[in-house]
Design a protein around this ligand. Structure first.
Ligand SMILES: Cc1cc2nc3c(=O)[nH]c(=O)nc-3n(C[C@H](O)[C@H](O)[C@H](O)COP(=O)(O)OP(=O)(O)OC[C@H]3O[C@@H](n4cnc5c(N)ncnc54)[C@H](O)[C@@H]3O)c2cc1C
Ligand SMILES: NC(=O)C1=CN([C@@H]2O[C@H](COP(=O)(O)OP(=O)(O)OC[C@H]3O[C@@H](n4cnc5c(N)ncnc54)[C@H](OP(=O)(O)O)[C@@H]3O)[C@@H](O)[C@H]2O)C=CC1
Ligand SMILES: O=C(O)C(=O)Cc1c[nH]c2ccccc12
Length: 431
């Protein structure tokens, strides 16, 4: 490890490539020492972390499995998607949205913003590198991070700080349903749904009624498809706007003055006045209010952009859970059977952290989220950090990114002074 310490002392602002080094890299033909933090994922969270670090003079390296930044937004979202929170709640640190963006920027505007964000902070991720394994090596005090490029070429990165930014939406969730393999029509996840155009005239079953499922239903309806939606549980539907303000903004403002229970009461009363009794259309509300439920379980209320009106008018049908599939036929748990040309799973996403991070203390193996509840999930031990796992969208990302940069900066500066800051000294910095 002496060679690594020497290199680190130089504090080069670029990763150092050590070809054909046998040690400390065990298997790979290539080993790269990263002087600053290594960030996994080039979505909004990875970019925000890199920018905050850069602003404090700390260089970082981002590894991204896709071939571009914000791959979730560029490749896995539908055409009509806008941010559903007003833009002031979706800005990343240190750079606001352009003033000509409307309240709810389009997905293209958001991607453009992220591109200029990366440009402004000179963030150049290493694309097409999938992190397959990361483990802390306590004998040397470094993280060893293995990445795989196309053609199976492996690289081992060695770094002092590891920032996990792979997101809450890393992998699609699709349930196992009997007869699914033999379904006679198109069957896919919302991540590969672009527009209702290709479903014109078709009977489409959308499974799941989160924000994706509800909006995809509306998009299908607008393209003259015949959508139905599977609703298996309770759900809070709120109008995206109330009293001339965004529901989200209004809620945040009310929470400054009133306890959450009262704000929930208020939201439910106004929603009832605007939308009516949603239970009449098969959409029962949970017992807990929308903000309390979001806070306790992370379940996001649906912000309605017009779907409910189409459910009311009967243009979008509500169905119970699926029992099994048979050819084009879908059998529901209530015993009824109906034929569909396509099924779209709007069943959400999951974290992929347990599949590559060999660590059990900070991240839960069960769901791949930090164990410590918000707002304390961002920091682990031995230089491990998480950005964007708060279930609080881009606001949560910004909070995490700022905190992580402040924390790493302290150690980085210390290191510049003392040449080497081991994690055994870590705790002094908190005093
Ligand atoms: C359809 C949709 C709409 C949303 N709208 C809003 C909104 O309006 N407002 C809001 O605040 N939030 C919204 N969100 C929440 C969403 O979580 C954020 O918008 C944001 O994309 C999260 O950023 P992230 O960087 O944490 O994750 P991601 O954007 O998912 O980025 C993670 C990156 O990590 C990469 N990656 C994953 N695994 C690996 C690996 N092993 N090795 C290398 N790279 C890897 C991925 O390719 C990806 O590029 C929305 C989410 C979705 C799905
Ligand atoms: N900006 C915007 O306009 C949009 C934002 N988003 C955000 O993106 C994130 C992901 O949203 P989304 O893709 O909707 O995923 P979600 O996880 O929010 O929703 C998934 C839905 O599918 C249901 N579901 C899961 N499994 C099944 C099953 N086997 N049978 C029936 N229903 C099932 C869940 O119901 P249950 O509660 O019963 O588990 C839930 O309602 C969220 O944070 C959301 O807010 C999404 C779309 C648009
Ligand atoms: O878009 C998302 O998924 C978010 O997590 C942000 C968000 C949307 N609606 C909300 C309601 C309460 C708190 C956060 C959100």
């Amino acid at each position: 490890m002496d060679s690594l310490r020497e290199i680190e002392g130089k504090q080069a602002h670029d990763p150092i490539f050590i070809e054909k080094m046998n040690k400390p890299c065990s298997r790979s033909s290539r080993c790269v020492y990263v002087p600053g933090p290594l960030i996994v994922g080039a979505g909004p969270s990875g970019l925000a972390a890199a920018a905050c670090l850069k602003a404090k003079g700390v260089p970082s390296v981002i590894l991204e499995r896709s071939n571009c930044i914000a791959s979730l937004w560029q490749f896995k979202t539908y055409d009509r998607l806008h941010l559903h929170l007003p833009k002031q709640f979706c800005e990343l640190p240190l750079m606001g949205f352009p003033t000509d963006f409307l309240t709810y920027p389009t997905k293209q505007q958001f991607v453009d913003y992220l591109e200029s964000y990366a440009k402004k902070f000179d963030i150049r991720p290493r694309f097409n590198e999938t992190v397959s394994r990361a483990e802390y090596d306590p004998t040397v005090g470094f993280w060893r991070v293995r990445s795989v490029r196309s053609k199976g070429k492996e690289t081992e990165y060695v770094c002092r700080w590891l920032v996990v930014a792979t997101g809450e939406n890393a992998e699609e969730v699709v349930p196992e349903i009997e007869g699914m393999g033999e379904f006679g029509g198109d069957i896919r996840h919302t991540s590969s749904y672009k527009s209702g155009e290709e479903f014109r005239g078709k009977r489409v079953l959308v499974v799941g009624c989160g924000n994706s499922g509800m909006e995809v239903c509306l998009d299908l309806y607008n393209h003259n498809a015949k959508p139905s939606v599977v609703v298996r549980d309770t759900v809070h539907i709120l109008p995206r706007e109330m009293l001339g303000r965004s529901t989200f903004g209004l809620s945040m403002w009310l929470l400054k003055w009133l306890p959450m229970r009262l704000v929930d009461r208020f939201l439910l009363i106004v929603s009832w006045l605007m939308l009516g009794d949603t239970a009449r259309f098969g959409l029962d509300r949970p017992r807990l209010g929308p903000l309390q439920l979001k806070n306790l379980s992370g379940k996001t209320p649906v912000l309605d952009v017009g779907t409910l009106a189409k459910i009311k008018s009967g243009d979008i049908k509500v169905c119970p859970s699926i029992k099994c599939l048979n050819g084009h036929a879908v059998e529901f748990v209530n015993g009824k059977t109906e034929s569909f040309d396509a099924i779209i799973f709007a069943t959400g996403y999951k974290s992929n952290v347990p599949s590559w991070l060999k660590e059990r203390k900070m991240f839960s193996e069960k769901d791949g989220y930090p164990r410590r509840p918000f707002p304390n999930g961002w920091k682990g031990e031995s230089g491990l950090y998480a950005v964007g796992f708060t279930k609080r969208g881009l606001l949560g990302t910004s909070m995490d990114a700022k905190r992580i940069a402040e924390d790493i900066e302290r150690c980085w500066k210390q290191e510049a002074k003392h040449h080497f800051c081991t994690h055994h000294h870590h705790h002094h910095h908190h005093d």
